[in-house]
Design a binder for this molecule. Sequence first.
Ligand code: ATP
Ligand code: MG
Length: 572
Amino acid sequence: MLSSATMKPDSAPTPERSDFLREIVAADLVAGRHDSVVTRFPPEPNGYLHIGHAKSICLNFGIAAEFGGRCHLRFDDTNPCKEEQEYIDSIQTDVRWLGFDWAEHLYYASDYFEQLYEWAVHLIKNGKAYVDDLSADDIRTHRGTLTEPGIESPWRERTADENLDLFARMRAGEFPNGSRVLRAKIDMTSGNINFRDPVMYRILHAEHPRTGSTWCIYPSYDFAHGQSDAIEGITHSICTLEFQDHRPLYDWFIENLPVPSTPHQYEFARLNITHTVLSKRVLLRLVNEGHVHGWDDPRMPTLSGIRRRGFPADGIRDFAAMVGVARADSVVEIEMLEHAVRDALNRTALRRFGVLNPLKVVIDNFPEDRVEQVEVPNNPEDESAGTRAVPFARELWIERDDFMEEPAAKFFRLAPGREVRLRSAYFVTCTDVVKDDRGEVIELRCTYDPDTRGGSSPDGRKVKATLHWLSAGHALPAEIRLYDHLFASAHPGSGGRDLFDDLDPASETILTGAFVEPSAADIEIGQTVQFERLGYFCPDSDSSPAALVFNRTLTLKDTWAKLQAQGRHDSL
Ligand code: ATP
Ligand code: MG
C-alpha cells in the first residue's frame, strides 16, 4: 500500500532556469514543506515602478508561474504621507504591461490594519510591547550604535493595563503626531539594532488613500510586512538584501503572534545599472525639480518611461533573465539592457524609412509626374511580415550623411560620379552637386537606371552601398526626439560628487525637419519600428496625425556585444 508520503511527487517541476531561490522553492516542494508556492510583489505606492522593480516582479511572478503557484500584488500602504492613488494605478498598469497577472489576488496592507492592531494588543498583553513617550530624536539617540548598546526608555516598564489604555487612546486620536509610539519590548543591548525595541506604531493624523480618516495610528513597515505575508499564506517572501538584518525581527513577530502561517524571507541582490539611479526618492526629486519632464520621461528608468521610450516588455523580461538572481550586490552595465531590448526589437520590429537630416535628390531622367509604388519588405528577419508599398518619384530625400563631395577613404556611399542602390527601388548615379551662396550642398542631381527596378541590376553590376530614401512629395514631416543616458557618469554621484551634477544636459535632443514615409502615420503608440539604418523609433504619446513625434528608442549599434568581447560585461 502506498503511504501518503510516497505519493508526493519526487521532483518539482523543472523551471527554465535555475538560481538559488528556485532551488530553495524546488527543494521545499519536494520535501513537502509546502503543497504549492505563494509569492508576492509588495510595492509601496509612493512612486512609479522602475526597472529594479521589474526584476523583482519577474522573479516573484516568474517563480510562481514556473512552479504552478500564484503571486499576489500587495500594496504596502502603511505611510499615508507619501502614498497616492495615482501611484496605485500606475503600478497596476506597469505590472500588467510587463506581462503578469495577479488574477483576484490584489491586496493592501491597509486591509489588515484591524488585525494588526489586535496583534499589537496581543503583544502588549504578553508584556512584549509598550507605549513610549520619548520623542523620535530621543528614541534615535537611545538606540545606540553598532558598537554601543542602546539605553532603555524610562517608559519601558509600564504595566500592560497602562499600555493597553494608552494604545487605545492613541487609536482614538487623543494625542498629537509624534507624541507617543508603540514599541516592541525585545532587547536594547542586542547586537542586531533592529531588535532594540523597534517602533511598531506611530501617530499620524493624515488622510489615507484607502482608509481615509479611520486611523490616526499607522503600523511601521517592520510590523506590517511579515504579518501581511502570514495572513496571505506567502510561502516564500522574497526581498532585497537591505532587509536581511530585519529578518530576525520578522521571525520574532511571527513566533510571538497567533498568525495563521509562518512565511520565510529570502533576500537577493537589488539591481543596479550604470548611468542610472534606481531609487524612488531620487526619481521623485528628478520629477519635482524639473530635471525631466515627468515620471514617464523617456530618459527615466521607470517602467512608464522606458515604455514611452519604446522598450518592449519582452526585452525587459529577457534582461531580467540575463541578469539572473545573485546574493551579492553588483552593477549591471546599461549596455546589457540595451542589448536585450535591441534583440527583442530586431525579431519583431517592422522596418520603415525615415530621414533625420534630409538632403534633396532630383532624378533628372525620371518623368516629373510619375509616381511608382515600390514594394519594400517589412522585416528582412521575418518573411511573414510581408511587404508594403512606398512611393518613389523624381524628387527624393536622402540622409545628408550618406553623401560626401570628396569621399574619404572608406566612404562607399554617394559621391559625385558614383552609383549606389536606393533600397528596393533603383540604382542611381550622382551627376551634379548644387550649392547655395555659402557653398553648402543643397541638392544632388542624379540619374537612375530603369533596368534596376527593385534594386538589382540584370547585368550583375555591383554597387557598394544601399541607402534609404523618401519621395519628397509624399514624405511626412516629423519631430524626432533623440535620447541618451540621463546621467553622463557611469556611477552617478560616486567619488563624492552631487548626483545631480552628473546629469547630462545633452541627454535629450529635439530634431525638427526630419521626414518619415507615409505609412509611418499608422504606427500606433506602443509600437516600435526600425527606421532602416538609423535605429529603433516609436511614436511618442505627444504624437498626433497633424504633428508626428517619434522617440528614438535606441540606435542600431550594440555596444554590449563589444564590451562582452573585451570581457568587461561582469559587474564593475
Ligand atoms: P526604492 O529603493 O526605489 O525606493 P523600494 O525598495 O523602497 O524602492 P518598494 O516599493 O518597497 O520600493 O519595492 C517593492 C519591491 O521591489 C521590494 O520587494 C523591493 O525589494 C523590490 N525592489 C526595489 N528596488 C529594487 C531593485 N533595484 N532591484 C530589485 N528589486 C527591487
Ligand atoms: Mg521600500
